[in-house]
Design a protein around this ligand. Structure first.
Ligand code: ZN
Length: 218
């Protein structure tokens, strides 16, 4: 299944979404590097930069590789393989993974936004390995993204794949497009949240916030 969210392909040429399953050594991603680099070099020339500067000579290729790395969540096959287990013990309290760091790229300005996410769910019939929660976040972060959409996509993933009684995701992030330009508010945090199921209830949300505000005791 191809994931096209966050990209608007304008040609039928290979794109990052085609993944690496080609007969080419290094895969199709490697074929994309010179194509992306050629366009980036043109942008730098249009900005009147001297491409003979040794510091710029390989910049288009470096940035092309950086983009392929940062947007790898768009690749076919990049979906997190999340094994779930039957909830045999009938655990029915909140499971929370907090302070998960992430880095993403603002779809509007193509500069990073980054911060932490807090993910919680109350199990239904299935539970998930805790190490998988950061991978779900990572998958949706590695693409041109909006913080609001990232938050909703992670919550939807939990909701659809675990069938929990409820799920909640809070994302706190700094946006370089806010900090470096325009209003210039260094350190300002943008907070978004998405909730599903029983987290609509005030007491359940209060428990989530109590966990979130608890200081580390170790
Ligand atoms: Zn932005």
């Amino acid at each position: 299944m191809r994931k096209r969210q966050g990209v608007a392909p304008t040609t039928t040429a290979p794109t990052i979404a085609d993944g690496d399953r080609t007969g080419t050594p290094g895969g199709r991603q490697e074929l994309l590097v010179p194509r992306i680099a050629a366009h980036l070099a043109e942008v730098l020339r249009l900005l009147d930069l001297d491409m003979r500067d040794p510091n710029l000579a390989s910049t288009p290729e470096r940035v092309a590789r950086l983009y392929l790395e940062m947007f790898r969540g768009l690749r076919e096959g990049a979906e997190p393989d999340v094994t779930t287990f039957p909830n045999d013990e009938g655990y029915s309290s909140m499971v929370m993974e907090r302070d998960i760091p992430f880095y993403s790229m603002c779809a509007h300005h193509f500069v990073p936004f980054f911060g932490h996410a807090h993910m919680a769910y109350i199990p239904g019939p299935r539970i998930v390995g805790l190490s998988k929660l950061p991978r779900i976040l990572e998958f949706y972060a590695k693409r041109p993204q909006l913080q609001e959409r990232l938050t909703e996509q992670v919550a939807d993933y939990l909701w659809k794949n675990l069938s929990p009684l409820g799920a909640m995701v809070v994302v706190e992030a700094r946006h370089l497009c806010v900090e470096m330009r325009g209003v210039k508010k260094p350190g300002a945090l943008t907070v978004t949240s998405a909730l599903r199921g029983c987290f609509e209830e005030r007491e359940v949300r209060a428990e989530f916030l109590a966990y979130l505000n608890r200081s580390r005791s170790w």
